[in-house]
Design a protein. Structure first.
Length: 204
């Protein structure tokens, strides 16, 4: 059997764990949930910067930031709708503090760095935490929550519905949330809940 206990700080967590392990003498074992490393996105990187050379370039061109070799791991790069290239790094909590909201030199450009916090979204069922290739759910329109593809939707914007918020309300009838938006809406309460959960599980 497992029991999950939430504390308000790392100090409280460590003290509680020591107390449980001391008093229970092997009958129970307290272990801390391991937090994920934070991810940062470097915005609008130059063409010559890649996953293979970004760490060495950051270290060589930004010596005033006091970065350390091995505390950054390039994960992937992607192109935005404006055709800018961004690159995502997984870093230690300390490296995040050094880099967050800083502007760094990469090649001949000055690039901004921000937290990279996104929700994995399935484009088949419009739900979170998995991708379409792994989906076992029903096809669900992200605009109206009906069983058809996005490009087939003819629903009026006034009648849009979010499948994720509808599902939440089904299981939380005493504390319902607004469903009159698409599942792609950046202000979706279900999306915000997913992102907040991600932040709580990240070592900031």
């Amino acid at each position: 059997m497992r029991v999950l206990i939430e504390t308000n700080s790392k100090e409280e967590l460590e003290a509680l764990g020591k107390d449980i392990n001391a008093k229970c003498e092997g009958k129970l074992e307290a272990t801390a949930h391991k937090l994920k490393n934070p991810r940062l996105v470097i915005i609008n990187i130059p063409e010559e910067i890649s996953i293979g050379n970004v760490e060495d370039t950051l270290l060589a061109q930004n010596k005033d930031v006091n970065l350390k070799q091995g505390n950054m791991k390039a994960k992937f790069s992607y192109e935005t709708r404006k055709h800018n290239r961004n690159l995502v790094l997984e870093v230690s909590a300390q490296t995040r503090k050094l880099l967050l909201h800083k502007k760094v030199k990469l090649g001949w450009q000055i690039c901004k760095i921000e937290d990279y916090v996104v929700a994995t979204r399935c484009y088949k069922c419009s739900r979170f935490n998995h991708r379409a290739r792994d989906c076992r759910g029903e096809k669900t329109c992200p605009l109206c929550a009906e069983s058809h593809k996005l490009k087939e939707c003819t629903t009026n914007p006034q009648e849009y519905k979010c499948i994720n918020c509808m599902t939440y309300n089904k299981h939380n009838q005493k504390n319902t949330i607004c469903v009159n938006h698409t599942s792609l809406d950046k202000n979706c309460p279900s999306l915000h809940a997913i992102l907040e959960k991600h932040r709580k599980n990240t070592d900031y």
